[in-house]
Write a protein that binds this ligand. Structure first.
Ligand SMILES: CSCCC(=O)C(=O)COP(=O)(O)O
Ligand SMILES: [Mg+2]
Length: 251
């Protein structure tokens, strides 16, 4: 009888080694599923937009958001709330990351989190790694198109408890600037007081990969199955599909 050959052990690929003081994370497609945000969160915001705009007309952030929608969509200066909401709905349909949309959504979601009517979502590999790296002295910050008003409760009301204690900075397109411009990453590095080469950005968006690399940051691109940028062209960046594929150590 011929003996069958012993199968070769399947090698486990080594995790990608990153030396960084602070990990800055994108949310949608990186820490959390786009489907959850575009489903649960967008469904919560959609029917509340009109009342929110009218009830908070005196809030300077809402007044500025109205002005920006009017300018960006070429609406008449005296556009009605319904006309503005129609633009917001159309942007939501296409997941346009427009700052005025994010301002209004963010305020609505913040109230939804406060009332426990919505909750956040994280991929299973994310929270254990955040906690592990935090124990090793790694810092965390967030840079998302979602406004800071929504980022904070998103991390506070995670399924595994309050994660805001792990996070030293929250940045959005108002505080830092557009996510596809290198200058925004310069602003974040200055605010964190950490040199660019000691920062790493985790993101799923190829345009954001390029901008962070142009600012001298390290970048880890996330290609997660089922997410909008799965198997996109990330240029020369290192690509992974899970936080488990990365090991972060202090410089
Ligand atoms: C804070 S949860 C909502 C996030 C959001 O609105 C969004 O657009 C996320 O986009 P990202 O830049 O994190 O891909
Ligand atoms: Mg993203």
């Amino acid at each position: 009888m011929t003996e069958s050959p012993t199968p070769e052990p399947h090698p486990t690929p080594d995790p990608l080694a990153v030396s960084a003081r602070v990990v800055v994370v994108d949310i949608e497609g990186t820490t959390s599923a786009a489907g959850f945000i575009l489903g649960d969160l967008y469904d919560y915001a959609r029917p509340r937009l009109a009342a929110w705009l009218d009830d908070h007309a005196d809030d300077p952030d809402i007044a500025e958001a109205r002005r920006q929608v009017i300018a960006d969509a070429n609406l008449p200066g005296d556009a009605t709330t319904d006309a503005i909401v129609a633009v917001l709905h159309e942007w939501m349909e296409r997941d346009v990351k427009a700052t005025p949309l994010k301002t209004v959504q963010g305020q609505i979601w913040a109230e939804g989190f406060e009332r426990a009517e919505i909750s956040s979502h994280f991929f299973g590999d994310v929270i254990p790694k955040l906690r592990e790296w935090h124990e090793h002295g790694i810092g965390f910050a967030v840079f998302s198109s979602g406004s800071i008003a929504s980022q904070v409760p998103w991390f506070r009301h995670s399924p595994d408890g309050d994660l805001t204690t792990l996070i030293t900075g929250f940045f959005d397109t108002v505080s830092a600037g557009p996510k596809k411009e290198a200058a925004s990453y310069d602003a974040i590095a200055a605010a964190l007081g950490v040199p660019a080469e000691e920062l790493v950005f985790f993101t799923d968006n190829p345009g954001e990969v390029s901008a962070a690399l142009a600012a001298g940051w390290q970048v880890v691109a996330f290609s997660r199955e089922g997410e909008p940028f799965f198997e996109a062209d990330f240029g020369g960046a290192s690509v992974v599909s899970s936080f488990d594929d990365v090991e972060v150590v202090l410089p």
